[in-house]
Each structure stands twice: as C-alpha cells, then as structure tokens.
Design a protein. Structure first.
Lengths: 161, 436
C-alpha cells in the first residue's frame, strides 16, 4: 500500500514537471530527442546551405539569431514555420536523405508549403520520415528551450521534460 | 488504401493503387499528401504548362537528381513542355576570376546532368531558362482563370495577380509532380475564398513609389495574406499596359521575397480587381497606409551586410526578376544619358543586366541598340543573380542592386534606381542621393 501511494506521488510529481501539448499530425510517429528552437521563420536553404556543399550541419543562416552557428544535426526543430526560397522542400529532402536532417519538426503555426513538400518528398520517395506536428500554438513555442528533451507521440501529443 | 480524407476519382484511386506504375503512384501520392496537409478535398486538372523553380544542378542535391532519373526511367514526361528558372553560370557575359570559377565548378557540379534530365522530362527548349517565363518572347503565359502549377515565387505572384491565373506558391519538385500527374490539390490561391483580400493597402505617396520598395513594404506587413491595393491607379492609370506590367512584376517579386505574397489585387488595374472591385475584400480586413515617410522608413530599415560600408562596388546587378525588353531599352537610355552628362563613354562599374534568353535574342536583333548598350561596357546575361551570389567567392565582393529580392537573399546592397545609375556612372556610391 505504501509503495502504491509512493508511486502515485512520484508519478504526479513527474506530471507536474512535464508539460503536454497537442497538435495536428501531418506525418506521425513516436520519437524522443533533443530540441532546438527558433522563434522566427526557419529559412531552410539559408540554414542548410553549408550542409549541401560540405555536410556541415551548423546553421548557416546569418539572419536567424536563434540558430546561427548552432548544430542542427538530427535535432527536433521547434519553429513557427519555414520561410525563404521555394527550393526549401527539396533541400530538406536532400539533407534528410544524407542522414543529417531533422528527426522531427514541430510547428507552432499551420505547416507551410515548403516544409510540407520537404517532409512528404522524403517520406514518399526516400522512405525517410521527418515527423511533423503543426498548430501547436504560441504557448508551445514560448515554453520550449534549446537542449530540452521532448517525447512525440503518434497522436500528436508532445511531452516537454 | 490509405485514407487521404479527399474525394478521389476512380482513375486517381487506381493510380494510388499502383495500376499505372510505381513512379506515378509516388508522384500522385506526394500531390495528394501535399493537398491533405492544407485541407484540400479534391484535385483539380491543370490546364497550363508548369514552370519549375529548380534550374541549377547544385552540389548536395543528388537525391533530387536520382529522383529525376527514376521518373525518366519510367518513361514519364510532363503533360506540356515546361519552362524553368534561370541558369546559374554565364562566363561569357558575367566576369569571374579563376577562384570564382573553381567554386562555381563545385557548387553547380550537377548542372550538365540536370539539364540533360530536364530535356528528357519535357523542357520547352534550350532558351526556356528564366524566372519571367510569362514574357511574350518566352511564351509560357497562362490565361485568366487557368489552373497551373508553378513554384518560382516572383512568377507565381505575377501569374496570380497580373494575369489572373491560379497557382499556389508551391515548393520546388512538387510543382513538377503536379505537372506529371496533371493535377493540383484544391486549396489556397486556386480557390475563390483563398483569393479574397485580408488587407487594404492605401498608397498615399506624393509620387509613384519605387516598385521594389512598395512591394517590400507590403510583403513585410501582410506576410502571406492577400492585399488589395488602393491608390496606384492615380500614378499608373487604369487598366493594364506594358509599363504597368513591368512595375507590378518588380513590386510583386519584392512582396513575395520580403514576405510571402502569392497574390495581390490592385484597384482598377489587375483583372480580378477590375471585375469585382472591393467585393474581393473579406468582411473584416486590416488597413496599412503607405506614404512618403513609410517608404523612407522601409528603405532605412534595410541592413547593409558589407564588411566595409564605404567600399567601392565591384558589381551592379539589374534584373532580378529578369528584365522585360522595354526595361532593357529603358536602362540603356538612362545609362547613356547619364554618361553623356558626365562626358563619359563607358560605365565605371561592372554592370550586368539580366533577362530571359528569348528577350535577349530579341534585343540583340536590334543591332544598333545592342551595340549602344555593349559599347557602354554594360553586360547582358541570362543568369540568376541570386545563383551568382550563392558563390561565397562572389558574395564577399561589394555588390549593389536595385532588386529587393536579391537584397533579401544575399549580401547585395539595395539602392534605388537613381542611386544605382549614379554608381554605374561614377564608380562609387558616395554622393548618391538616397531619396529624391
């Protein structure tokens, strides 16, 4: 009985330490990983320009104060949406096929056409999935911090540790 | 079969079941999933040629070129001959040193492979490389109401706004897959609802504002919404003519790159605004007033990314998006008059005008005009200045431009037309009047 009560207390405590969000599943899956956050639009071409030519996954977008100079390799990217050149989708496809793309993209807003194209091309043509959940809201983007661990569930639930 | 939450025809279902081959299945599945992401309930037939954004055989994009091989291997071509964005390199007309050439060689190492693929996929011809495929000389110009699948942002906004055709701001490759299956998902700018304006832009300037700055102001304010612009007809007149079209081409490209505008309406000028007027406005809309102060503030907000702010410019690019033939004549005349005033015969800067290969051919056929331009030392090329600036050996030079798109995506410094002209003739930007 004592252990049961203790277990419930711990479980409740853990729940209090985590925060859950629910978004729309664009491409679903279960994963856990480290996040990197941009609160401004994520320019795919500018961010991965170096990755195309040298394989470096250090963000090369000088206009993105949140991400410039940070390593993007296989991170879960939390973002409002992607911006920039309409080549963005195929850049995302290419770097993901190389094994250095994001493992998931969590959008606070509705997914945009560039990101949607990228994740779909990867999934259909290269059999590589970038999990994508959108419409998570501003509160989600305000809550998350670089380096935090996040659990993503098939139904679009996001658990932030 | 997977539930796409979409009304699909019998033929579409069969393709998704693989009855027309694996490649067609994947092409249609991509298009359907793309539509599903935006809540499309069905697919619409395309009734005009595709225009592709991907024109460069860039290093690192092998996945994309392998995908092209897979499509070609299945014997698939687009339903109609297509056009594509500009080529990246033209050493004959855009001077490059050996180091720059070496970097270009690596950067665009897949160019030959990709151009061969484009021929097999159904490109219109060798001259079909331009961001202004809608120019009469090029001929990929849809008609009002036609459903098309384009991706180049400046071409998308022109087709939707100036012509009244219907395309979403698609991502590269998706527009090609739509062209292959002959269908686009019904959402956004291909629907009546998606074409309604959420913003009124009131132009209250004392004279016609610079197109590139007005477009930038609008793009930054409305981002991806549709604006309804009031007050431009005071300067441009009612209805459409070539001068107005060129103005709107440049304004639209800036709104698409400084924001993500895919369609705008201009009262008494663009076709849907002429027909429907303010009925195009949503019941509730925002208002943005652009006056002389706002134009000045917008220009002053542009960061200059040069290492040395006082550097003498190395290159001047005019023509992003590509120039129309009237604009080439106009720049030639302006440069000529400015040189005459200074009693000079040649420009002081490496000055590059960029236009579609078919537009250049037409201009070159006017031998006298072509000689006048080239005798002044001005170069005429078909490249995309953005692709030139993708080369770090090129972008480290101080480059000036009158293009707000080029400014946004590179380190090029934006100057108004009159300041660009000053720099071309004097070899420096010191002394150029920022505002007139």
């Amino acid at each position: 009985m004592f252990y049961m009560q203790l277990s419930m207390v711990i479980s409740r405590g853990l729940r209090n330490l985590t925060k859950n969000f629910k978004g729309r599943v664009v491409l679903g899956g279960n994963t856990t990983g480290e996040i990197i956050v941009t609160r401004q639009g994520f320019n795919v071409l500018a961010s991965y320009f170096g990755a195309l030519s040298t394989g470096s996954t250090i963000c090369s977008d000088q206009n993105n104060k949140d991400l410039y100079g940070k390593d993007l390799k296989n991170k879960i990217i939390c973002l409002p949406k992607t911006i920039g050149s309409t080549t963005g989708g195929m850049i995302l496809q290419s770097i993901t096929e190389k094994g250095i793309g994001p493992s998931a993209m969590l959008f606070s807003e509705h997914i945009d056409s560039l990101a949607a194209a990228g994740i779909i091309l990867c999934d259909v043509w290269n059999d590589r999935r970038i999990i994508a959940i959108d419409q998570l809201g501003d509160e989600f983007l305000n809550c998350v911090r670089n380096g935090q661990k996040i659990h993503i569930r098939q139904d679009g639930t996001i658990i932030v540790e | 079969m997977e539930d796409y939450n979409m009304e699909l025809t019998h033929e579409e279902k069969e393709i998704l079941e693989g009855k027309k081959g694996e490649v067609m299945r994947k092409a249609l599945k991509s298009v359907v999933l793309y539509g599903k992401a935006f809540g499309a309930k069905r697919l619409l037939d395309i009734d005009g040629p595709v225009h592709l954004v991907t024109s460069f055989g860039m290093v690192g994009l092998d996945t994309v070129f392998d995908m092209m091989d897979e499509i070609i291997g299945a014997g698939i071509r687009t339903k109609e001959p297509f056009t594509v964005d500009p080529r990246p390199i033209d050493y004959e007309n855009v001077e490059c040193n050996e180091v720059q050439k070496k970097v270009f060689g690596v950067l665009y190492s897949n160019q030959e492979r990709y151009e061969t693929q484009l021929k097999k996929l159904g490109i219109k011809n060798d001259n079909a490389f331009t961001c202004t495929c809608y120019m009469p000389e090029v001929g990929n110009r849809p008609e009002k109401g036609q459903i098309i699948s384009w991706a180049e942002s400046s071409a998308v906004v022109f087709a939707n706004s100036v012509i009244g055709a219907r395309t979403n701001r698609n991502s590269g490759i998706i527009e090609l897959l739509c062209g292959i299956v002959g269908k686009v998902p019904e959402f956004g700018l291909v629907t009546d609802k998606g074409r309604r304006a959420k913003w009124v832009i009131q132009v209250k300037t004392s004279k016609l504002p610079n197109a590139q700055v007005l477009g930038s102001a609008i793009g930054m304010k409305v981002v991806e919404d549709v604006p309804y612009i009031i007050g431009l007809d005071k300067f441009l007149g009612k209805g459409m003519n070539n001068t107005t079209m060129d103005y709107l081409k440049d304004m639209g490209a800036a709104s698409a790159s400084n924001g993500a505008v895919g369609l705008y309406h201009v009262e008494n000028i663009t076709p849907e605004a002429v027909e429907e007027g303010r009925e195009l406005l949503e019941k509730e809309y925002n208002t943005y007033v652009v006056d002389d102060n706002e134009i000045r503030n917008i220009i002053e907000s542009y960061p200059v990314l040069w290492e040395n702010m006082n550097a003498r410019p190395a290159v001047c690019f005019i023509g992003c998006p590509h120039l129309s033939i009237d604009q080439i004549y106009d720049w030639s005349d302006k440069i000529s008059s400015a040189l005459d005033k200074k009693e000079k015969s040649k420009v002081e800067l490496n000055t590059v005008l960029s236009a579609a290969p078919d537009v250049i051919s037409k201009f070159r056929s006017d031998e006298k005009a072509y000689k006048k331009l080239t005798d002044m030392g001005v170069h005429l090329t078909y490249i995309c200045p953005l692709m030139y600036m993708s080369n770090p050996e090129c972008s480290k030079q101080p480059v000036i431009t009158n293009s707000n798109k080029l400014r946004t995506y590179s380190k090029a410094r934006f100057l108004l037309d009159q300041d660009v002209l000053y720099a071309i003739v004097n070899g420096d930007i010191k002394g150029a009047e920022k505002f007139d």
